[in-house]
Design a protein. Structure first.
Length: 216
């Protein structure tokens, strides 16, 4: 919005937010931004779940729909999510967002987290279909596009060898199809070779759909 009004130039800029300084890159021409990238913090990996059958029941799917070769794991680049890898797009479509069922999954857990479900395509993965349920944490039955989850997803995929382990990797996250609100988020993972792990940024296109004034 700021770039489209000429208040931010194309190129790099810094937003001073409550979580700290956040670097963005604006691609396009003056007053006509084409694509925006936002850098994220280094990923933090949290608890793993060892109850896939219970997770599957909470989502209304079969135990075999949850991949057994990948962990169900909490990851954050600012906001934590529980990542649940599924075996097929069909399983993803059948998942149900139930506040009571999802809340019950965290009765004995150290914290209650939004649940991010995903299915990868390609080897190494180049595209991901995803859904995000948070009726039990933020009264969000389902989110059509979750940038704060797309970044830690990139870290999860890198950590578990699902995308390239060196250099720069880009993939596309497609979300919101089951809601009739399809969205795409680009994820870039760059190996920096340091102890902090890869550098991650997300990007996408957007459009202003409404505006107004508030008198105080």
């Amino acid at each position: 919005m700021l770039a489209s009004r000429g208040q931010l130039r194309t190129g790099e800029a810094t937003l001073r937010l409550g979580v700290g300084d956040t670097r963005i890159t604006i691609e396009g021409k003056a007053r006509n931004p084409y694509f925006i990238w936002m850098s994220h913090r280094a990923a933090q990996f949290g608890e793993r779940r060892d109850d896939p059958d219970r997770i599957a029941a909470g989502l209304g799917i079969d135990p075999g729909d949850v991949r057994g070769d990948l962990p169900i794991e909490a990851v954050s680049t600012g906001n934590p999510f529980l990542f649940v890898p599924l075996s097929s797009v069909d399983a993803l479509k059948r998942c149900v967002s139930s506040r009571s069922a999802l809340h019950a999954l965290f009765e004995n857990a150290p914290r209650i987290l939004p649940v991010y479900l995903f299915v990868g395509e390609g080897s190494p993965m180049q595209s991901v279909r995803a859904r995000m349920f948070a009726p039990h944490t933020d009264a969000i039955t389902e989110d059509p596009a979750t940038g704060s989850a797309a970044a830690p997803l990139g870290a999860y995929l890198r950590a578990h060898g699902l995308i390239g382990s060196t250099g720069r990797t880009r993939l596309r996250v497609v979300q919101g199809i089951e809601m009739g609100r399809r969205g795409e988020i680009a994820v870039e993972v760059l190996n920096r070779g340091g102890a902090d792990g890869p550098s991650i940024r997300i990007g996408g296109r957007c459009t202003i759909v409404g505006e107004g004034r508030m008198r105080l």
